[in-house]
Design a protein around this ligand. Structure first.
Ligand SMILES: NC(=O)c1ccc[n+]([C@@H]2O[C@H](COP(=O)([O-])OP(=O)(O)OC[C@H]3O[C@@H](n4cnc5c(N)ncnc54)[C@H](O)[C@@H]3O)[C@@H](O)[C@H]2O)c1
Length: 261
């Protein structure tokens, strides 16, 4: 998939991974709608991109992904501004085991909301032109994180949802691929601002995250792999694990061939 002339919508785009994904899409010729709940940091990200790519390549939209209305409105505004949507990155996320219901809203429910809106806009059977969705999961979507059981649940949810909806999209002839990205620990503001308290009742186990910091990954490394999931048209239902040693596709192939009825 060539990105020149394509339009992307990225949630949680103000900083961290979302900013990295937006940057690599812009570098490869796409236009990007930058969505984030944090207006100050979001506008600053847009100003950074303006300097490199010009003002017309991005738009910043203040949006809380947990709101049906705000996310729907942001999709609509992206279409009004750029005329189409081809790529959606459901990336906004948080770690907070104290406000765990809110975390489920952001990390899982909003990914489902964003995927359904993306399908609605891009699927071929209702006049769309097809496209690709990349959902940001985590290594916590592939195995247990000892101090963060609810975060683990949300990311397992993203992986399972992505694989199932990818099959459903394929079987329905939507022309929309859906993939998931599972990075290990990445150097972003999320990790820089983690406090022991955020682990709630398991704050005494916070040192397990500190131990992982030795192998922390840089954002551009993950952004390159994100780009692969966007552009490689042979990927649908792909779940890519990224560690300091590189990226591998999880081998779910047999399950994909024989899905449950
Ligand atoms: N950093 C890591 O180690 C790591 C590893 C694996 C997966 N992830 C996942 O990657 C994604 C991005 O994480 P990051 O590390 O870049 O985090 P970050 O905190 O650096 O950036 C996340 C962005 O999402 C925005 N956001 C939060 N809640 C929102 C909401 N309700 N509506 C809209 N925007 C909202 C924040 O304002 C922020 O700009 C998350 O889904 C996270 O779970 C992160």
């Amino acid at each position: 998939m060539a990105l020149s002339g394509k339009v992307a919508l990225v949630t949680g785009a103000a900083q961290g991974l979302g900013k990295g994904f937006s940057g690599i899409l812009l570098k490869n010729g796409a236009k990007v709608a930058l969505l984030d709940i944090d207006e100050t940091v979001g506008k600053s990200a847009k100003a950074d991109f303006d300097k490199e790519y010009g003002k017309d390549c991005t738009t910043f939209l203040t949006c809380d992904v947990t709101s049906d209305e705000q996310l729907k409105d942001a999709f609509q505004k992206t279409i009004e501004r750029f005329g189409r949507i081809d790529i959606v990155s459901n990336n906004a996320g948080t770690v907070n085991e104290i406000y765990w219901k809110k975390m489920i809203e952001i990390n899982l429910n909003a990914v489902i909301r964003g995927t359904f809106l993306a399908l609605q806009h891009m699927k071929k059977d209702t006049g769309g032109e097809g496209g690709v969705i990349v959902n940001t999961a985590s290594m916590a979507g592939l195995g247990p994180v000892r101090n963060s059981p609810v975060y683990t649940a949300t990311k397992h949810g993203v992986v399972g949802f992505t694989r199932a909806v990818a099959l459903a999209s394929g079987l329905s002839g939507y022309g929309v691929r859906v993939n998931a990205l599972c990075p290990g620990l990445v150097k972003t503001p999320l990790i820089d601002n983690l406090t022991n308290e955020m682990y709630g009742r398991f704050a005494h186990l916070s040192h397990f995250t500190d131990e992982l910091k030795a192998g922390i990954i840089e954002v551009p490394v993950v952004a390159e792999k994100f780009l692969q999931l966007v552009t490689d048209e042979s990927n649908n239902g792909a779940v890519m694990k990224i560690t300091g040693d590189g990226a591998t596709y999880m081998n779910f192939k047999d399950v994909l061939k024989n899905p449950l009825p």
